[in-house]
Design a binder for this molecule. Structure first.
Ligand code: ASP
Ligand code: MG
Length: 430
């Protein structure tokens, strides 16, 4: 009996048909029945986002032209990958295109987040249809599954919560039987379904999360995320040329890294894996021989990690000062947190003094203005936009000195294992 494993391929691994062909040997070498969780091809999600934005702003003609271009890109990609695009695939892609094009004409009647999800989910539907056809041609025994039948969520568009019990039932109903009869089963990352049958997306880069949920709920023997980097590194090699590979890392450390903004793993990925004790491997699709990183439950052993440096750009530093010199007490803290909670703005670092509350906030997909308007009713507000939160786990003095020299340190905090600073490195006079 083969074991079940989950492989996740992101947009970089399929950016060109040439690159995508390199997925085949990886699948052939796989030791088990493989559930493939795939993202949209290349930068498709960005393209779909700008199509929705244009349509919402009323520029339907531009949105339609861009969509036609994106559709043509996919059909040409499919022809290049398959040699010749077959009729069922052609018809399926045309049907997707017609749905989106019709939707764009009606978009003004729909709330923007709902519209976003109904359109942006098609990136993954296009990519997986093309790959299912390719795998069928090359490997046979492939089943395609619509992840919207499987990942059940609530109705908060763009940032939904997954109902794990309903999702487990759906996995048992759709994925488990498909894996019994097919060596390869392919589905989409990033997308799910609300209780009233609408599509949702799980947040940018959310395919890792889908893969982790599916691995946890199947359950699978392991999850491998195939990336265009050699492994999980202690820093971004583009910024830090002497960055080193982390061969083995505990779930507890990986979740901190992802939370603080390490790009390699989506922050929601670790929890389902940890709770079901499923190892995560991060491997390089460009060179499968590279050892990569294992993320596991490492109890009883201590690992000597190098300093781990994580940059989180596009943060906003907000200072709220009481108007009448009253202290920032628990009363004010709870009021302030409520304002952030109600406007869906996440706090990434917080500090307070007698009459000042300072928070570094991550607006993510949400506008910051409603939060500022709420806060201004009660407090004097100062903000710095476009700042960077830099976190160093296992800090060393020389590393910190180097980082602090990169810009103006607006806020700094240190605990036993973690050093953090909010840095303004925008050039002066801008
Ligand atoms: N395609 C989606 C995105 O680019 C999801 C993902 O890649 O994980 O955000
Ligand atoms: Mg993507």
């Amino acid at each position: 009996m083969f074991s079940k494993i989950v492989y996740k391929f992101g947009g970089a691994s399929t950016a060109t048909p040439q690159r995508a062909k390199a997925i085949l040997p990886i699948l052939r070498q796989a030791d088990g029945q493989v559930l493939i969780v795939m993202s949209a091809i290349g930068k498709t999600t960005n393209a779909l986002e700008s199509i929705v934005n244009a349509a919402v702003m009323g520029d339907i003609d531009y949105a339609q032209t861009q969509m036609l271009q994106l559709h043509r890109f996919h059909t040409q990609y499919a022809s290049a990958l398959l040699g010749e695009i077959n009729t069922p695939l052609q018809e399926q892609l045309e049907a997707y295109y017609r749905y989106i094009s019709d939707y764009l004409y009606k978009i003004e009647h729909v709330h923007v987040n709902e519209a976003y999800d109904q359109i942006v989910c098609y990136g993954e539907l296009y990519s997986t249809q093309i790959f299912a056809a390719f795998l069928l041609q090359q490997l046979e025994s492939t089943a395609w599954i619509d992840a919207r039948k499987v990942i059940a969520t609530n109705s908060i568009y763009r940032d939904p919560e997954v109902d794990e019990d309903a999702t487990r039932n759906n996995i048992n109903q759709y994925i488990v039987p498909a894996m019994q009869t097919h060596r390869w089963v392919i589905t989409q990352g990033f997308i799910g379904n609300t209780p009233n049958g609408k599509s949702v997306t799980l947040g940018r880069e959310g395919s890792d999360y889908t893969a982790a949920l599916m691995a946890a709920l199947l359950p699978a023997a392991s999850l491998t995320i195939w990336k265009d980097v050699p492994a999980l590194m202690n820093a971004d090699p583009k910024r830090y040329p002497d960055a080193e590979r982390i061969p083995l890392i505990a779930y507890s450390e990986a979740i901190e890294m992802a939370y603080y903004g390490a790009q390699v793993i989506h922050p929601k990925t670790i929890k389902p894996l940890y709770n079901n004790d499923i190892p995560l491997y991060i491997k390089c699709f460009e060179d499968v021989e590279l050892p990569g990183t294992s993320v596991q439950n490492i109890s009883g052993t201590t690992i000597a990690y190098p300093p781990i440096i994580i940059h989180k750009p596009n943060q906003v530093l907000i200072q709220a000062t009481t108007r009448n010199f009253s202290f920032i007490t628990e009363y004010h803290l709870s009021r302030l947190y409520e304002c952030f909670y109600n406007t869906h703005i996440k706090i990434t670092l917080m500090q307070n003094s007698a009459i000042n509350f300072v928070a570094c906030a991550d607006p993510g997909a949400h506008p910051i203005e409603p939060l500022i308007a709420l806060l201004e009713k009660e407090y004097k507000i100062l903000i710095n936009t476009g700042v960077e939160l830099i976190t160093v786990r296992y800090p060393k003095p020389e590393v910190i000195d180097q980082i602090a020299a990169k810009g103006k340190v607006l806020l700094k905090q240190e605990t036993r294992k973690t050093w953090q600073a909010v840095i303004d490195n925008t050039p002066p006079n801008k």
